[in-house]
Design a protein around this ligand. Structure first.
Ligand code: NAD
Length: 365
């Protein structure tokens, strides 16, 4: 008989700007679930980003990385701010994100874009286009043109200055990200759309070939292929045709931002970055220095990230469902943070939003 694990270590990296504010609300939610499920979750907090730089002179202190490596999952707020915009590039807060992704081998970025019924009218698209939208972008995160070699700025054979990057994907890199997409599709609506530019780029023609090959092991999943330019268009024309979108690092970077805007506010979207051994969960937004410390930040993206942490790292499915339901209930009561405000709604601050979701969660069994 398999013994269910009940004790976990979670690394908590609040970071900068609104990071600590939204993470504090997410921790409230995590603690409620801990007690509901009778778990023992140890939280290890450490500075990262600008906070890491202030504490140690480096945005990703060794001790912080060490805590991440010993954890069952990392919960991150956000990093960055004007205070650190003039320091050396290698020490900027944002370097901590790249450092965490590469040191932890986080090659798969999962970004769900789901519209809550109460927020349908907050989208810039028409109600009928977005109502019921629930898609997931699976983006390759540690390969492709952002990392390929050779890269740089130099001089070509004609003596002209030029800039160049390399788009390269190995078969194992493609297989492991495609496997994640097929596996998560099995827990959703069993559809994967692999997005490439196979008509122009050999590397993504190869991507298509490898994804198609792996699909033979997933006959229960419907696989389709789409060129990235068409996908960009289909996301605003008919986004509900998608279940899981599987794509490369650069295409995923762009398409996942486009998909996120279908749902209303950047303050609503969680994400998970997964590797073989480690995983990190964070809202997709940044540190929002313009609203930091003003009780204006929407904590829901970070709260929803906690749901993903339970689902993917702690192998507990229910908390994610409970959290989504609690958020839906609160929004259904007409309560909004400033970023979601519209006529007739009641505005609340960061803490109050966290408390309201916590209260709904407490009521569930
Ligand atoms: P941002 O996401 O921080 O903010 C963009 C806009 O959205 C701002 O108007 C902000 O007030 C608003 N916003 C963001 N999150 C919100 C929330 N939870 N609730 C309500 N409103 C919210 O992006 P930016 O302004 O381009 O960047 C600010 C800083 O964050 C920069 O230093 C940037 O490098 C950094 N950044 C960090 C991450 C990360 O940590 N993952 C991601 C993006 C940007």
């Amino acid at each position: 008989m398999q013994i269910m694990k009940t004790e976990f270590n979670i690394a908590v990296f609040p970071g900068d700007g609104i990071g600590p504010e939204v993470v504090a609300e997410a921790i409230k939610i995590l603690k409620i679930i801990e007690s509901k499920l009778g778990l023992k979750i140890t939280l290890n907090e450490a500075p990262v980003g600008g906070a890491g730089y202030e504490a140690t002179g480096h945005p990703l202190p060794d001790a912080t990385l060490d805590i991440a490596k010993k954890a069952d999952g990392v919960l991150l707020g956000a990093v960055g701010g004007p205070k650190w915009e003039t320091i050396d590039f290698s020490l900027r807060p944002e370097r901590a994100l790249l450092g965490l992704r590469s040191s932890l081998g986080l090659y798969a970025n999962l970004r769900p874009a789901r519209i809550f019924p109460a927020l349908v009218d907050a989208s810039t698209l028409k109600r009928e286009v977005v109502e019921g939208l629930d898609l997931l972008v699976v983006r390759e995160l540690t390969g492709g043109i952002y990392f390929g070699e050779p890269r740089g700025v130099g001089t070509n054979d004609k003596g002209e200055r030029h800039g160049f990057n390399t788009l390269v994907y190995s078969e194992p890199e493609i297989k492991r990200i495609a496997k994640i997409a097929f596996d998560v599709a099995r827990k959703r609506n069993s559809k994967v759309c692999s997005v490439d530019k196979a008509n122009v780029l050999e590397a993504t023609g190869f991507w298509r070939e490898v994804v198609t090959g792996l699909h033979s092991q997933y006959s229960d999943i419907e696989l389709s292929h789409m060129y990235v330019d068409n996908c960009a268009m289909q996301l605003v024309r008919n986004p509900k045709q998608f279940d899981v979108i599987l794509t490369t690092n650069m295409f995923g970077d762009i398409l996942s931002d486009e998909a996120s805007m279908l749902t209303g506010s950047i303050g609503m979207l969680p994400s998970a970055s997964l590797g073989e051994k480690y995983a990190m969960y964070e809202p997709i937004h940044g540190s929002a220095p313009d609203i930091a410390g003003k009780e204006l930040a929407n904590p829901l993206a970070t709260i929803l990230s906690v749901g993903m942490l339970f689902k993917y790292s702690l192998e507990k499915e229910e908390p994610n469902v409970w959290i989504e339901k609690a958020v839906e209930k609160v929004l259904g009561q007409g309560v909004r943070t400033a970023d979601l405000m519209s006529d007739g709604m009641k505005q609340v601050g960061t803490k109050e939003m966290g408390d309201l979701v916590a209260a709904e969660l407490e009521k569930m069994n």
